[in-house]
Design a protein around this ligand. Structure first.
Ligand code: SF4
Length: 285
């Protein structure tokens, strides 16, 4: 009988403190007031959002849908126009913006005050990036080395990054920018839970025959962790849950490493681990 498949789970896989705190805050407010509105998803994970809805946390797309209960602004940050509109309507605002996202907003404002051209390394159209961009009159978003190479030369510029960017992508882009910008100030705003997650995956991926990254397909953070894993282990797969796992991935595998995006709840990770234990039995006995 073959030995059991060895399953290793990255130590800090799953919710970062920013997401954990935001979800706790939403639950507290809902139990205090009977209901809380949430403007957009608090995190990019459909399962978390549907669980929150069961706890009287109602997801809305616009402030027009909010009445007689506090409205919670999510972890990724919210554009100033919406803060102003909510204040004008006298809504009870609960700020669940991650403190590290607030820091990015502060940093880009400081760079603006230094009269620099402003660049954000991040994904075009991502909520967090849109909110960072909205803190200053004008900032350009660049997502890749190619986009950095297409930029004109500049005399004085400041750069921040989306909190969940891949460190290597940021370093490569900064390498290109440093050749084009005479006075470049880069504030590395990739957050420490993201760096820690990426570092743990880099440690785990070479030790594992197969890597599983758990998270929503709409989560930029999870996609990025999957990319990090793929650079170290081609047998890396991204799954939204246990049902996405294909037993064929584990042919001749003796070990599997598991990690997850910052918006993946603990119970989802546990479910995947339990499923992996069963796959081992079914495929290898
Ligand atoms: S990924 Fe980082 S910045 Fe985003 S919510 Fe989590 S801790 Fe905050």
């Amino acid at each position: 009988m073959p030995e059991a498949l060895k399953i290793r789970v990255a130590k800090d896989a799953g919710f970062c403190f920013g997401v954990r705190d935001a979800i706790e805050k939403a639950r507290e407010i809902a139990s205090e007031h009977g209901k809380v509105y949430m403007l957009g998803d608090i995190v990019h994970n459909e399962r978390v959002v549907s669980q929150l809805e069961q706890d009287n946390i109602k997801v809305v797309d616009t402030l027009d849908e909010v009445s007689e209960a506090p409205v919670l602004f999510r972890a990724h940050g919210t554009i100033p126009e919406i803060w102003e509109a909510a204040a004008e309507k006298n809504l009870d605002i609960v700020d669940a913006t991650c403190p590290l996202v607030h820091e990015i907003h502060d940093e880009i404002k400081k760079l603006h005050a230094e009269d620099r051209k402003l660049l954000i390394i991040g994904d075009h159209g991502h909520d967090e990036v849109v909110a960072i961009q909205a803190q200053v009159p004008k900032a350009f978003v660049i997502s890749s080395v190619d986009e950095a190479e297409a930029l004109p030369r500049m005399k004085k510029a400041g750069v921040v990054s989306q909190s969940t960017q891949m460190i290597e992508n940021v370093q490569d882009i900064i390498g290109v920018l440093s050749m084009k910008i005479f006075d470049l100030r880069f504030v590395n705003t990739v957050c420490f839970p993201t760096r820690r997650n990426q570092a743990q995956i880099k440690e785990l991926a070479p030790l594992s025959d197969v890597m599983i990254i758990v998270g929503s397909y709409t989560s930029a953070n999870t996609k990025r962790l999957h990319e990090v894993s793929l650079t170290m282990n081609p047998r890396s797969y991204m799954v939204e849950g246990a049902s996405d796992i294909d037993a064929a991935w584990f042919e001749n595998a003796e070990s599997v490493g598991v990690s997850a995006g910052a918006s993946s709840p603990d119970d989802l990770i546990e479910e995947v681990v339990e499923h992996l234990k069963n796959i081992n039995v079914q495929t290898r006995v």
